[in-house]
Design a protein. Structure first.
Length: 527
């Protein structure tokens, strides 16, 4: 059914995992084939001080059965792609099982993971016989008891379903691919864009591959290659010139006979696990040798450009200083150290402090601060008050800043995004929200009572904030905000701020990673 091996040569570590599962359910025109839909999504930052609880999942997405259809059928998410792909094939029937998701944050607690996997097991058992299972997982989930949550999940599903039922999954482009993930799946398909705008398309691709598999038209065979490197987070925008040739090469592979799919996995550097790093996947129609060779070839395209994957770090003072010279442009400062979409605190104050110090105006930023929101609510719209803003979650993201502010407006914090955006999310809830304004310099600050990813301009416009009135907007992310903010910003500056998502990888204490590994050990070789 497949194998895996480790090969050590000239101080380089190479890993390849092959897997092939053939569907047992033959094509049957009299009865629809039941295809299970299951999702468990979390990007776990092992450096974030606050762990992830079951409540965090319940506050974001915790769905069973038919409620999954209502949430996702019209979404831009990969689960929406699953459902749309199955609906397009009248010989298939969607069987929604569970969909769990929590906003990126710290390591999942042991009790939470035990509850989640038991929910999955029970719900899958209650779903009845299946011809196949479509799974949306992230690929970078970590719990206190299981370092490779996604691999464990897929292994558990394989044990429960048996070796013959096809399991086809989608994974984030930031997945840290593992042996368990590959060896327990029929096929895995990664997002091809960052910002992630193709999630629905990848879900449909997975559904189409499932259709062909259960009909017996193809026999997916998967191989992966693991070059010993990590692509710095500020070099992971897939439309940037240094990555474009790699994806063009991947697209060329797809034109070859027998090639069904391939993926470039950029890796997630904020998880201290053995699997942390970049990887490639190629899936062929029953040709192990070809899949393995093409996975290596695709990995080599990345490896030969490894020097271009190192971070280009710009200090806070330098970045804000550039805004002073770009007064005719609207600039988005990307707060890399407080990247909410990678698990950070969302209340970092480094950029806020420097914008105030250098008197840049007008500017906008969003800060997670439930205490300040409460003060705003108590003061009321039109009132003025002094408050300490931000820097309260931990000691890694700057100190609180005292400001005299006017309370502009108060909101419940709910908004919707109708267009494809990073994460494929349609409904957002950042909790009770206060919009405050200070003068000298002119600044508008959005205070939220829940951490919120900056993936949508509706986060501003839904609360009567016009992003076009600012010279500078701060977005706590690296690449994900670009999809939305490029509509209003002329330029983007990635800023090397402090925090648990710092782009300076030398600040991350990665004890479990592979060694040697580029760029940590610059002389690393790989063949």
């Amino acid at each position: 059914m497949g194998g895996d091996y480790f090969h050590l040569q000239n101080t380089s570590l190479r890993m390849r995992y092959d897997s092939c599962f053939i569907a047992s359910a033959p094509f049957n025109t009299s009865n629809a084939m039941r295809i299970g839909i299951l999702s468990l999504l979390h990007e776990s930052n092992t450096f974030a001080p606050k762990s992830t609880s079951l409540t965090d999942f319940q506050d974001d997405l915790f769905l069973h059965g038919e409620s999954i259809l209502e949430q996702f059928i019209k979404s831009h998410h990969e689960v929406g792609g699953f459902l749309q792909g199955i609906a397009a094939d009248h010989f298939l029937e969607a069987v929604p099982i569970v969909a769990f998701r929590a906003t990126p944050s710290g390591t999942i607690t042991g009790d939470t993971w035990a509850s989640l996997i038991n929910e999955v097991r029970g719900s899958l058992s209650a779903a009845g016989p299946l011809a196949g299972l479509l799974v949306a997982c992230h690929g970078a989930a970590v719990s206190q008891t299981v370092p490779d949550v996604d691999g464990y999940l897929l292994c558990d599903l394989r044990k429960q379903l048996g070796p013959q039922i096809p399991i086809i999954g989608t994974i984030d482009a930031h997945a840290n691919l593992s042996m368990q993930m590959v060896s327990n799946c029929t096929a895995l398909i990664g997002y091809r864009t960052n910002p992630h705008l193709d999630q629905q398309a990848r879900g449909r691709e997975a559904a189409n591959l499932m259709s062909a598999t259960v009909r017996g038209e193809v026999s997916p065979t998967m191989a992966a290659s693991f070059p010993p490197l990590i692509i710095n987070i500020d070099r992971q925008c897939t439309s940037d010139p240094h990555l474009t040739p790699i994806y063009q090469y991947a697209d060329q592979q797809l034109t070859r006979n027998k090639v069904l799919s391939n993926s470039v996995l950029l890796g997630f550097p904020y998880a201290d696990v053995a699997e942390m790093g970049t990887a490639t996947i190629v899936i062929t129609d029953n040709d192990h040798e070809l899949a393995a060779q093409l996975a290596d070839d695709l990995a080599d395209e990345i490896w030969t450009r490894r020097d271009q994957m190192r971070g280009k770090l710009l200090s806070v003072a330098e970045a804000v200083g550039q805004c002073k010279t770009q007064t005719t442009q609207r600039t988005c400062l990307l707060d890399m150290g407080d990247n909410v979409g990678a698990g950070s605190a969302a209340d970092g104050t480094d950029l806020l402090a420097e914008l105030l110090r250098q008197q840049i105006e007008p500017f906008f930023c969003c800060i997670y601060d439930p205490e300040a929101v409460s003060i705003g609510n108590a003061t009321g719209v039109g009132g003025s008050t002094r408050m300490m803003i931000g820097g309260k979650s931990d000691e890694f993201h700057g100190a609180p800043i005292e400001l005299l502010v006017d309370i502009v407006s108060l909101h419940d914090g709910r908004f919707r995004e109708s267009r494809p955006r990073h994460g494929g999310i349609v409904q957002f809830d950042q909790g009770a929200t206060a919009i405050v304004r200070c003068n000298a310099p002119q600044a508008t600050i959005m205070l939220t009572s829940k951490r919120m990813v900056p993936f949508s301009l509706e986060q501003l416009t839904s609360f009567q904030i016009d992003p076009r009135v600012f010279q500078v907007l701060v977005a706590k992310g690296v690449n994900a905000p670009i999809a939305a903010y490029q509509e209003v910003c002329d330029s983007f500056i990635r800023v090397n701020t402090r925090g648990c998502t710092s782009a300076d990888l030398s600040q991350q204490k990665l004890h479990q990673r592979r060694r040697p590994m580029y760029p940590f050990e610059p002389q690393t070789t790989w063949q």
